[in-house]
Design a protein around this ligand. Structure first.
Ligand code: CIR
Length: 255
Protein backbone atom coordinates (compact mmCIF):
# COMPACT_ATOMS: atom_id res chain seq x y z
CA UNK A 1 0.00 0.00 0.00
CA UNK A 2 1.40 3.41 -0.92
CA UNK A 3 1.52 6.25 1.58
CA UNK A 4 -1.60 8.41 1.81
CA UNK A 5 -1.14 11.79 0.19
CA UNK A 6 -1.99 15.20 1.61
CA UNK A 7 -2.76 18.06 -0.75
CA UNK A 8 -2.07 21.43 0.88
CA UNK A 9 -1.30 25.00 -0.08
CA UNK A 10 0.67 27.40 2.10
CA UNK A 11 -1.31 30.41 3.35
CA UNK A 12 -1.32 33.60 1.33
CA UNK A 13 0.18 36.69 2.98
CA UNK A 14 -3.31 38.14 2.29
CA UNK A 15 -5.05 35.49 4.43
CA UNK A 16 -6.56 38.22 6.64
CA UNK A 17 -8.64 39.42 3.66
CA UNK A 18 -10.41 36.06 3.33
CA UNK A 19 -14.18 35.78 3.06
CA UNK A 20 -16.29 35.98 6.22
CA UNK A 21 -19.96 35.04 6.36
CA UNK A 22 -20.96 34.35 9.96
CA UNK A 23 -18.09 35.75 12.04
CA UNK A 24 -16.89 39.25 12.87
CA UNK A 25 -13.51 40.07 11.36
CA UNK A 26 -10.65 39.71 13.86
CA UNK A 27 -6.98 40.55 13.33
CA UNK A 28 -5.14 37.62 11.72
CA UNK A 29 -1.39 37.29 12.15
CA UNK A 30 0.15 35.95 8.91
CA UNK A 31 3.35 34.87 10.68
CA UNK A 32 1.43 32.86 13.27
CA UNK A 33 -0.78 31.47 10.49
CA UNK A 34 2.24 30.16 8.63
CA UNK A 35 3.65 28.58 11.81
CA UNK A 36 0.30 26.94 12.51
CA UNK A 37 0.04 25.68 8.94
CA UNK A 38 3.54 24.18 9.18
CA UNK A 39 2.59 22.49 12.47
CA UNK A 40 -0.56 21.09 10.86
CA UNK A 41 1.35 19.67 7.89
CA UNK A 42 3.95 18.20 10.23
CA UNK A 43 1.28 16.10 11.98
CA UNK A 44 0.74 14.24 8.72
CA UNK A 45 4.39 14.18 7.60
CA UNK A 46 5.40 12.62 10.93
CA UNK A 47 2.88 9.83 10.30
CA UNK A 48 4.28 8.97 6.90
CA UNK A 49 1.91 10.94 4.69
CA UNK A 50 3.33 12.22 1.42
CA UNK A 51 2.88 15.99 1.31
CA UNK A 52 1.85 17.41 -2.07
CA UNK A 53 1.95 21.21 -2.21
CA UNK A 54 -0.29 23.10 -4.60
CA UNK A 55 1.57 26.08 -6.06
CA UNK A 56 1.22 29.13 -3.81
CA UNK A 57 -1.48 31.59 -4.84
CA UNK A 58 -0.57 34.68 -2.89
CA UNK A 59 -3.29 36.75 -4.57
CA UNK A 60 -5.96 34.32 -3.29
CA UNK A 61 -6.65 35.08 0.40
CA UNK A 62 -8.64 31.86 0.94
CA UNK A 63 -6.39 29.64 -1.17
CA UNK A 64 -5.09 27.76 1.88
CA UNK A 65 -8.55 26.15 2.31
CA UNK A 66 -7.92 23.58 -0.42
CA UNK A 67 -10.64 21.22 0.79
CA UNK A 68 -13.19 23.53 -0.81
CA UNK A 69 -11.61 23.26 -4.27
CA UNK A 70 -11.39 19.52 -4.88
CA UNK A 71 -12.94 16.36 -3.43
CA UNK A 72 -11.61 12.85 -3.98
CA UNK A 73 -13.91 9.82 -4.25
CA UNK A 74 -11.92 6.62 -4.76
CA UNK A 75 -9.86 7.43 -7.85
CA UNK A 76 -12.06 10.30 -9.02
CA UNK A 77 -11.14 13.92 -8.22
CA UNK A 78 -14.07 16.34 -8.49
CA UNK A 79 -12.92 19.88 -9.14
CA UNK A 80 -15.40 22.20 -7.49
CA UNK A 81 -16.78 25.52 -8.67
CA UNK A 82 -16.56 27.86 -5.69
CA UNK A 83 -19.74 29.41 -4.38
CA UNK A 84 -17.85 32.63 -3.61
CA UNK A 85 -16.83 34.37 -6.83
CA UNK A 86 -13.78 35.73 -4.98
CA UNK A 87 -12.45 32.15 -4.69
CA UNK A 88 -12.75 31.04 -8.32
CA UNK A 89 -9.17 32.16 -9.03
CA UNK A 90 -7.95 29.26 -6.88
CA UNK A 91 -9.08 26.69 -9.43
CA UNK A 92 -6.34 26.74 -12.12
CA UNK A 93 -3.50 25.94 -9.71
CA UNK A 94 -5.63 23.27 -8.00
CA UNK A 95 -6.38 21.69 -11.38
CA UNK A 96 -2.67 21.62 -12.23
CA UNK A 97 -1.80 19.98 -8.91
CA UNK A 98 -4.56 17.40 -9.19
CA UNK A 99 -3.48 16.58 -12.74
CA UNK A 100 -0.18 15.35 -11.27
CA UNK A 101 -1.94 12.97 -8.84
CA UNK A 102 -2.83 10.28 -11.33
CA UNK A 103 -6.57 10.45 -10.67
CA UNK A 104 -9.53 10.71 -12.99
CA UNK A 105 -10.93 14.24 -13.03
CA UNK A 106 -14.44 15.62 -13.29
CA UNK A 107 -15.47 19.21 -12.92
CA UNK A 108 -18.54 21.02 -11.60
CA UNK A 109 -19.65 23.26 -14.45
CA UNK A 110 -21.30 26.70 -14.40
CA UNK A 111 -23.82 27.71 -13.31
CA UNK A 112 -23.56 25.07 -10.56
CA UNK A 113 -21.59 25.81 -7.41
CA UNK A 114 -20.15 23.35 -4.93
CA UNK A 115 -17.62 23.86 -2.11
CA UNK A 116 -15.78 20.81 -0.80
CA UNK A 117 -16.46 21.98 2.75
CA UNK A 118 -20.07 21.00 2.14
CA UNK A 119 -19.22 17.39 1.40
CA UNK A 120 -18.96 14.80 4.18
CA UNK A 121 -18.24 11.18 3.28
CA UNK A 122 -19.35 8.49 5.71
CA UNK A 123 -18.73 5.06 4.23
CA UNK A 124 -20.37 5.16 0.77
CA UNK A 125 -22.82 7.88 1.79
CA UNK A 126 -22.02 11.44 0.75
CA UNK A 127 -23.79 14.13 2.78
CA UNK A 128 -23.90 17.39 0.87
CA UNK A 129 -24.75 20.68 2.51
CA UNK A 130 -27.18 22.91 0.66
CA UNK A 131 -25.53 26.08 1.92
CA UNK A 132 -24.90 29.64 0.77
CA UNK A 133 -21.97 28.20 -1.24
CA UNK A 134 -23.38 24.98 -2.68
CA UNK A 135 -26.50 25.15 -4.83
CA UNK A 136 -29.03 22.65 -6.16
CA UNK A 137 -27.35 22.53 -9.56
CA UNK A 138 -23.97 21.75 -8.00
CA UNK A 139 -25.52 18.97 -5.94
CA UNK A 140 -27.33 17.57 -8.99
CA UNK A 141 -24.07 17.46 -10.94
CA UNK A 142 -22.29 15.70 -8.08
CA UNK A 143 -25.11 13.17 -7.89
CA UNK A 144 -24.77 12.40 -11.60
CA UNK A 145 -21.03 11.87 -11.18
CA UNK A 146 -21.19 9.69 -8.09
CA UNK A 147 -24.32 7.53 -8.15
CA UNK A 148 -23.08 5.38 -11.06
CA UNK A 149 -19.93 4.77 -9.00
CA UNK A 150 -21.80 3.33 -6.04
CA UNK A 151 -22.05 6.41 -3.81
CA UNK A 152 -25.37 7.65 -2.47
CA UNK A 153 -26.02 11.34 -1.97
CA UNK A 154 -27.98 12.84 0.93
CA UNK A 155 -28.72 16.55 0.81
CA UNK A 156 -28.59 18.36 4.17
CA UNK A 157 -29.77 21.93 4.86
CA UNK A 158 -27.07 24.29 6.14
CA UNK A 159 -28.02 27.78 7.32
CA UNK A 160 -26.31 28.35 10.65
CA UNK A 161 -22.70 27.99 9.52
CA UNK A 162 -20.66 28.44 6.37
CA UNK A 163 -20.32 24.81 5.27
CA UNK A 164 -21.77 21.47 6.32
CA UNK A 165 -18.37 20.52 7.75
CA UNK A 166 -18.23 23.74 9.78
CA UNK A 167 -20.94 22.05 11.85
CA UNK A 168 -20.39 18.28 11.61
CA UNK A 169 -17.73 15.72 10.76
CA UNK A 170 -17.45 11.98 11.36
CA UNK A 171 -15.37 9.81 13.67
CA UNK A 172 -13.64 6.70 12.31
CA UNK A 173 -16.65 4.52 13.24
CA UNK A 174 -19.00 6.73 11.20
CA UNK A 175 -20.57 8.55 14.15
CA UNK A 176 -21.37 12.08 13.04
CA UNK A 177 -20.31 14.65 15.61
CA UNK A 178 -21.37 18.27 15.84
CA UNK A 179 -22.01 21.21 18.10
CA UNK A 180 -25.80 20.96 18.27
CA UNK A 181 -26.65 24.72 18.27
CA UNK A 182 -25.01 24.99 14.85
CA UNK A 183 -26.45 21.86 13.26
CA UNK A 184 -29.57 22.54 11.20
CA UNK A 185 -30.70 18.96 10.70
CA UNK A 186 -29.09 16.41 13.05
CA UNK A 187 -31.82 13.94 12.06
CA UNK A 188 -30.14 13.67 8.63
CA UNK A 189 -27.52 11.38 10.16
CA UNK A 190 -28.16 7.81 11.37
CA UNK A 191 -25.92 8.35 14.42
CA UNK A 192 -25.40 11.91 15.66
CA UNK A 193 -23.55 12.84 18.85
CA UNK A 194 -23.48 16.41 20.14
CA UNK A 195 -20.16 17.67 21.49
CA UNK A 196 -19.60 20.56 23.92
CA UNK A 197 -17.50 23.04 21.91
CA UNK A 198 -17.87 24.65 18.53
CA UNK A 199 -14.24 24.10 17.57
CA UNK A 200 -14.51 20.42 18.47
CA UNK A 201 -16.80 19.63 15.56
CA UNK A 202 -14.04 19.28 12.99
CA UNK A 203 -12.02 16.09 13.08
CA UNK A 204 -9.71 14.62 10.49
CA UNK A 205 -9.43 10.85 10.66
CA UNK A 206 -5.72 10.01 10.63
CA UNK A 207 -6.34 6.28 11.00
CA UNK A 208 -8.97 3.99 12.51
CA UNK A 209 -7.94 4.92 16.06
CA UNK A 210 -6.62 8.47 15.71
CA UNK A 211 -8.20 11.83 14.98
CA UNK A 212 -6.75 15.29 14.49
CA UNK A 213 -8.70 18.23 15.88
CA UNK A 214 -8.34 21.86 16.95
CA UNK A 215 -6.39 22.54 20.15
CA UNK A 216 -9.21 24.92 21.05
CA UNK A 217 -11.71 22.28 22.23
CA UNK A 218 -10.25 20.43 25.25
CA UNK A 219 -13.57 19.16 26.60
CA UNK A 220 -14.44 17.64 23.26
CA UNK A 221 -11.01 16.03 23.04
CA UNK A 222 -11.84 14.33 26.33
CA UNK A 223 -15.14 13.07 24.89
CA UNK A 224 -13.27 11.52 21.96
CA UNK A 225 -10.61 9.98 24.24
CA UNK A 226 -13.36 8.41 26.35
CA UNK A 227 -14.62 6.79 23.14
CA UNK A 228 -11.22 5.09 22.84
CA UNK A 229 -9.66 7.40 20.27
CA UNK A 230 -6.18 8.82 20.29
CA UNK A 231 -6.49 12.58 19.85
CA UNK A 232 -3.86 14.73 18.19
CA UNK A 233 -4.39 18.49 18.35
CA UNK A 234 -3.18 21.38 16.21
CA UNK A 235 -3.35 25.12 16.87
CA UNK A 236 -5.43 26.61 14.04
CA UNK A 237 -6.68 29.86 15.62
CA UNK A 238 -5.74 32.06 12.66
CA UNK A 239 -7.77 29.86 10.29
CA UNK A 240 -10.70 29.54 12.70
CA UNK A 241 -10.96 33.36 12.65
CA UNK A 242 -11.71 33.00 8.93
CA UNK A 243 -14.30 30.24 9.37
CA UNK A 244 -11.76 27.56 8.59
CA UNK A 245 -10.91 24.44 10.59
CA UNK A 246 -8.66 21.36 10.55
CA UNK A 247 -10.51 19.66 7.70
CA UNK A 248 -10.42 22.50 5.21
CA UNK A 249 -6.63 22.94 5.25
CA UNK A 250 -6.04 19.76 3.24
CA UNK A 251 -7.41 17.14 0.90
CA UNK A 252 -6.62 13.61 1.99
CA UNK A 253 -5.97 11.13 -0.82
CA UNK A 254 -6.00 7.56 0.50
CA UNK A 255 -5.57 4.42 -1.59
C1 CIR B 1 -14.37 31.12 3.06
O1 CIR B 1 -15.25 31.84 3.51
O2 CIR B 1 -14.49 30.55 1.98
C2 CIR B 1 -13.09 30.96 3.86
N1 CIR B 1 -12.82 32.15 4.60
C3 CIR B 1 -13.18 29.78 4.80
C4 CIR B 1 -13.33 28.46 4.11
C5 CIR B 1 -13.37 27.34 5.08
N2 CIR B 1 -13.53 26.10 4.42
C6 CIR B 1 -14.14 25.04 4.94
O3 CIR B 1 -14.70 25.09 6.01
N3 CIR B 1 -14.15 23.93 4.22
Amino acid sequence: MTAPRLLVRRPSPRLADGELTHLERLPVDPVVALEQWEGYVEVFRARGWQIVEVDPADDQPDGVFVEDAVIVFDDLAVLCRAGAASRRGEAPSIRAAVARLDLEMAEVAAPGTLDGGDVLKVGRVVYVGASSRTDAEGIAQLRRMLEPRGWSIVEVPVHRVLHLKSAVTALPDGTVVGYAPLVDAPESFPVFVGIPEEHGTAVVVLDERTVLMSADAPETAEVYRKRGLEVVTAEVTEFEKLEGCVTCLSVRVRD
